[in-house]
Design a binder for this molecule. Structure first.
Ligand code: PMP
Length: 390
């Protein structure tokens, strides 16, 4: 082996990604999203800049400090963490809860903590990357099943040799915004003695009465064979994650969940902000329905212009499929020129040929915002020639 430039291959790979239109850039923004209407963030209820959350965060920082100072098992569980564990369990109708320092780590902890090398994990093919990684980390046999295909889930469970199985799904899929068939999945899981892990990341605070989530809305709250994961960083406007479930599940993760044990506990300001967000959600129970309504109106508007979108968004996520990565990049730039910030999703976040704009609704989106969005999407439809009407 001759000595060479160890970074050359990374430069070459970056050039290849640039050619394929999938190079990503960090674009630091201003507090007001550069003056654009924000339809890109996951701040579905508009709480991330709510003074009540800032007050909760500041009070927590003053009383408990800016860092939690250790693993939750050592000294990183404050009384505030214990309160948040409890209140998230109460909100979702679960027996017990456990706060992690992100939703990503909650998924790693739940799946890899509840399934091991002797087990089977069944995972929807468009599950979030954190679930994909969690499956690998479990070292279980992983069966990837077609999107929302309950019959295949049932078949794989019935045919398995493993004694234990875990079925894992996003509740609301993060790019297409559609809903998992949770009630049917639960029937399959129940019939075959498995566990159902549901990632409520995009459902909490948006789906179900009072934003209690998709599992609650499907009548699965508190079922012993249902485990929920969630993030505090989307509708709750804070940061962090959690796993909710039966006491046996939570005890197992406390004892064996590596992303729980070997990670520093969530910082107290984030815990304080999340608790304040739960207070806001309780005080303003119509917020989730408002976010859902705005999503439906945004989708209707896109459909009206002949763009490919979802007919009935289940939560706040509205995709507009444009096809090739370049088209999605140009579409997002067109929206920005018209005053709207939208997300731009390209492979590997979405399948090849399905690059899209991802519009996210907020409860506070008003008529003027919708008019601006319509103008932006008209320009996108005109420039891409992808209108279904043409
Ligand atoms: N699950 C889903 C479906 C997500 O979209 C995300 C965030 N992108 C996560 C989990 C991870 O949550 P967090 O950002 O809190 O790590």
């Amino acid at each position: 082996m001759t000595a060479g430039d160890p970074l050359a291959r990374f430069r070459a790979a970056a050039e290849r990604r640039a050619k394929a239109g999938v190079r990503r850039r960090l674009r630091p923004r201003t507090p007001d999203h550069d003056g654009l209407i924000d339809l890109a963030s996951n701040d579905y209820l508009g709480l991330a800049r709510d003074p009540r959350l800032a007050a909760g965060a500041m009070a927590a920082a003053r009383e408990w400090g800016t860092g939690s100072t250790g693993s939750r098992l050592v000294c990183g569980t404050t009384l505030l963490h214990a309160e948040l564990d409890r209140r998230l369990a109460d909100l979702t109708g679960s027996a017990a809860g456990l706060v992690f320092s992100s939703g990503f780590l909650a998924n790693l902890g739940a799946v890899a903590g509840l399934a091991g090398p002797a087990d089977l994990v069944v995972s929807d093919q468009v599950n979030h990357a954190s679930i994909v990684d969690a499956c690998r980390l479990s070292r279980s046999r992983v069966a990837i099943v077609p999107h929302r295909d309950v019959a295949t889930v049932e078949h794989v469970l019935a045919e398995r040799d493993e004694e234990h199985a875990v079925v894992v799904t996003d509740a609301v899929f993060s790019v297409d915004g559609d809903l998992a068939p949770l009630a049917a999945l639960h029937r399959a899981v129940r019939a075959h003695g498995a566990l159902l892990v549901v990632d409520e990341a995009h459902a909490l605070g948006v789906v179900g009465d009072g934003g209690r989530g998709a599992a609650y809305a499907a009548g699965l709250a508190g079922e012993p064979d249902v485990v929920l994961t969630l993030t505090l960083s989307k509708s709750l406007g804070a940061q962090g994650g959690a796993v909710l479930g039966a006491p046996e599940v939570i005890d197992t993760l406390v004892d064996t969940g590596r992303s729980f044990i070997f990670d520093t506990g969530l910082n107290p300001p984030a815990v304080g902000a999340a608790l304040a967000a739960l207070d806001v959600l309780a005080a303003e129970p119509d917020l989730p329905a408002r976010a859902r309504d705005r999503a439906r109106r945004m989708a209707a508007l896109a459909a009206d212009l002949g763009l490919e979108t979802t007919a009935e968004p289940a939560a706040a996520v509205v995709p507009v499929v444009l096809g090739e990565p370049e088209a999605a990049v140009r579409g997002a730039e067109t929206c920005a020129r018209h005053g709207v910030r939208v997300g731009c999703f390209r492979p590997p976040s979405v399948p090849k040929g399905r690059a899209c704009l991802r519009l996210t609704a907020r409860a506070s989106v008003d008529e003027a915002d919708l008019t601006t969005l319509r103008e932006a999407l008209e320009a996108v439809a005109a420039s891409t020639g992808r209108s279904l009407h043409t």
